[in-house]
Design a protein around this ligand. Structure first.
Ligand code: C2E
Ligand code: MG
Ligand code: MG
Ligand code: MG
Length: 274
């Protein structure tokens, strides 16, 4: 009986694995279609100057409007896009759309805002510099308004990534480190990398009440000494904001100010502000 049971367990496992594989393959096919059929949209989340409480930038965040599944969040398809290489055409679309939108706002007379775009570490294997240069040329966006958000993981291959970062820098764009504190960070590299700012990961903002903000305080101190701009991600409460404000944190982003907004609502907000 035991043997039979074991056998069944193995069979069950195999069936489940192939079910998972089928699901992944289906998702991959759908993702390819999404690119062709332009099913992606961008949401925009305000970034606020902590002192003046004014909006100084936005972060572009991708959403997939699937015809039957509805709105699919990035965490559910970016990993697969990275595995399959589809992240390259997706990023190209995101960059182009975000840069175009930024120009459009400026043409409409809105005070120029920084536009943050997330760049997966996988893009460092593709022709990232040319892609960015081409899109800046095509859209005519002043590069100083574009901020590329990269993650700490690229420091692991610093010999390869440093020259790419320097080339990006020489295009005139800004570079920031996203989710700071969650990954592999070499403090030595931080000092030599051509970056403008650190975005403190949301998990540390979340913990302020529990740990008296020691981690956040340490990161802000370090950033100040390295002359880096600091952005706190995921600010949800007034208490968190007050704490960060006292520590001289430069900027904040989070539900307290605004959730990521679809273009219609972002437009409305910007025109009201102006
Ligand atoms: P991220 O770059 O760290 O973006 C911030 C995420 O935190 C967003 O989730 C945002 O909606 C969420 N967030 C902002 N404020 C708050 C808050 O106060 N509380 C909470 N609980 N969450 C907050 P989202 O839009 O689901 O994106 C998740 C991740 O997916 C992003 O994290 C980024 O790593 C990735 N992603 C999004 N768009 C793109 C893209 O165009 N390209 C690439 N490669 N990755 C993207
Ligand atoms: Mg980001
Ligand atoms: Mg982040
Ligand atoms: Mg991230």
């Amino acid at each position: 009986l035991a043997k039979e049971k074991g056998h069944n367990a193995v069979q069950f496992y195999t069936v489940e694995m192939s079910e998972n594989m089928k699901k992944t393959m289906k998702l991959e096919k759908a993702l390819r279609q999404a690119i062709d059929q332009e099913q992606f949209i961008l949401y925009y989340q305000p970034q606020i100057d902590v002192k003046t409480q004014k909006m100084i930038g936005v972060e572009a965040l991708i959403r997939w409007e699937h015809p039957t599944l509805g709105m699919v969040p990035p965490n559910e398809f970016i990993p697969l896009a990275e595995e399959t290489g589809l992240i390259t055409p997706i990023t190209e679309w995101v960059l182009r759309t975000a840069c175009r939108q930024s120009c459009k706002w400026q043409e409409e007379g809105i005070k120029p805002l920084r536009m943050g775009v997330n760049i997966s570490p996988y893009l460092f294997k593709a022709n990232l510099v040319n892609m960015v240069k081409q899109i800046l040329d095509d859209t005519g966006l002043d590069p100083s308004y574009l901020e590329l958000e990269i993650t700490e993981s690229i420091m692991q291959a610093a010999e390869i990534t440093t020259p790419i970062l320097n080339q990006l820098k020489s295009l005139g764009v800004r570079l920031s480190i996203d989710d700071f504190g969650t990954g592999y960070s070499s403090l030595a590299f931080l000092r030599y990398f051509p970056i403008e700012s650190l975005k403190i990961d949301r998990s540390f903002i979340d913990e302020i009440e529990k740990d008296n903000g020691v981690i956040v305080k340490t990161i802000i101190d370090m950033a100040t000494h390295l002359n880096l701009n600091v952005v706190a991600e995921g600010i949800e409460t007034k208490e968190q904001l007050d704490f960060l404000s006292e520590l001289d944190c430069d900027e904040g982003q989070g539900y307290l100010f605004s959730r990521p907004l679809p273009i219609s609502q972002m437009d409305e907000l910007l025109h009201k502000m102006n």
